[in-house]
Design a protein around this ligand. Structure first.
Ligand SMILES: [Zn+2]
Length: 412
């Protein structure tokens, strides 16, 4: 049986527009994500996987049975099908640059990907680089992850003697809009542990995410006719502006922090004289850090309100996700085997953190330990997005090694 190569698969996937949307109440948020889902279902069936389904929420699920005699763990491999709402993913026209020489890349649209602005790209000398034509994103995030998983499955199907545990394949919609696991349950996944292939640099294993909360502040002013407003009107717009102005200008924001620093990030603001509704996201690697920032915000609000005694305010904190390290620390084998698999593929494993969340982080807290593995791209969510073919191949190789390692484990 002749199966497509990893490159062919990747090119097929990126040409299918799967952009998700913030402005949608349906699930998946855009129907076009199902176009890719249906292709993947056909391909998984073509590979002979079992229990292949596209469920009513748009998740693609499948099983590759183990070839071991002893009871083995079930390992889930996850990647997301959607691309970022920030940049168009329609009509992606992939460009292939073989034997990249480390210089700037001028895409057909005249967009230049400058090597000095993309040091990770510069390191890919001699490799095959894939980009868009500069008018869209590429969609390596996360179609490189999907392609790597499909390629690893293909290898295992073609090499039935390679030991493998039971494998569950899970391709999710709507990760980019933070809803990737909204309609996914452990009963759907039916695995003991999982790996998302949605990281970046070669060899990296992401085992830490931010802790994240959303703070919603509603301010209630008093509206009157401006002509007769003296001593009556309380303007919620001004109150919220006063509150925001008290936030530090040179720290505590995404644009002034890096590495393991947290932040307070005003995300959206709607308002008029009567009411103002402010959404702020809080991020920190520690839960204590979240609480400190929320208390600080509450104090700023209280201080602001003392100047407007007739105004009222609601302050509501909603937890979004937590640092997955807490969960992964309880399942050390999950990371150890990932490191061993990366090393077996001839790479240097590097544990790292992500200044964001992952679907894996949410799965961790649902009960499925799920770190994030690299898939080899860069400049995601932009028209400069690129991926190295050889890095995707390494991701596929790591998956094969990883499954081989888990096949040796026994479960009760
Ligand atoms: Zn992604």
């Amino acid at each position: 049986m002749n199966y497509p190569t990893l490159l062919e698969r990747f090119l097929t996937y990126v040409k299918i527009d799967t952009q998700s949307s913030y402005d949608s109440d349906s699930f998946p948020t855009t129907l076009k994500q199902l176009d890719l889902a249906r292709v993947l279902v056909q391909e998984l069936k073509g590979l002979g996987l079992q229990e292949v389904e596209l469920n009513r929420w748009g998740y693609v699920l499948a099983t590759l049975e183990t070839n071991q005699k002893h009871p083995v763990p079930t390992v889930a491999l996850l990647a997301h099908m959607d691309t970022s709402p920030d940049v168009s993913g329609a009509g992606v026209n992939p460009q292939i640059y073989r034997d990249y020489c480390g210089t700037d890349l001028t895409l057909p649209s005249s967009l230049v990907i400058q090597a000095r602005e993309h040091p990770e790209l510069k390191e890919k000398t001699g490799k095959t680089i894939i980009t868009s034509d500069g008018t869209t994103l590429l969609g390596a995030d996360d179609k490189a992850g999907i392609a790597a998983i499909m390629d690893a499955l293909t290898f295992l199907v073609q090499n039935p003697d390679r030991p493998r545990p039971r494998v569950r394949v899970v391709f999710t919609p709507d990760e980019e809009v933070g809803k990737g696991v909204d309609h996914l349950s452990l009963e759907d996944i039916r695995a003991d542990l999982g790996y998302t292939l949605d990281g970046e640099k070669l060899g990296e294993i992401e085992d830490e995410t931010f802790c994240a909360d959303t703070v919603e502040i509603k301010i209630f002013g008093i509206n009157t006719h401006p002509g007769a407003a003296k001593n009556k009107m309380v303007n919620a717009v001004k109150i919220v502006a006063g509150l925001l102005d008290q936030l530090p200008h040179d720290s505590l924001s995404p644009e002034t922090t890096e590495k393991k620093e947290g932040y307070i990030h005003p995300l959206s603001l709607n308002g008029n004289i009567q009411t103002a509704h402010l959404k702020i996201v809080i991020r920190d690697f520690e839960e204590n850090g979240l609480r400190e920032k929320e208390e600080y915000l509450q104090k700023l609000l209280d201080a602001t309100l003392t100047r407007y005694p007739k105004a009222r305010a609601d302050f509501k904190v909603t937890p979004s996700y937590r640092n997955m390290k807490v969960v992964l620390d309880r399942h050390p084998l999950v990371l150890q085997k990932a490191e061993q698999a990366v090393a077996k593929a001839g790479l240097t494993p590097k544990r790292t953190f992500i200044r964001g969340g992952t679907d894996g982080a949410r799965l961790c807290f649902m009960g499925l330990p799920t770190p994030n593995l690299f898939m080899g791209g860069g400049a995601f969510h932009s028209k400069s997005e690129w991926v190295a073919l050889e890095d995707m191949q390494k991701a596929s190789e790591v998956v094969v090694h990883l499954l081989g390692l888990w096949a040796k484990e026994a479960v009760e």
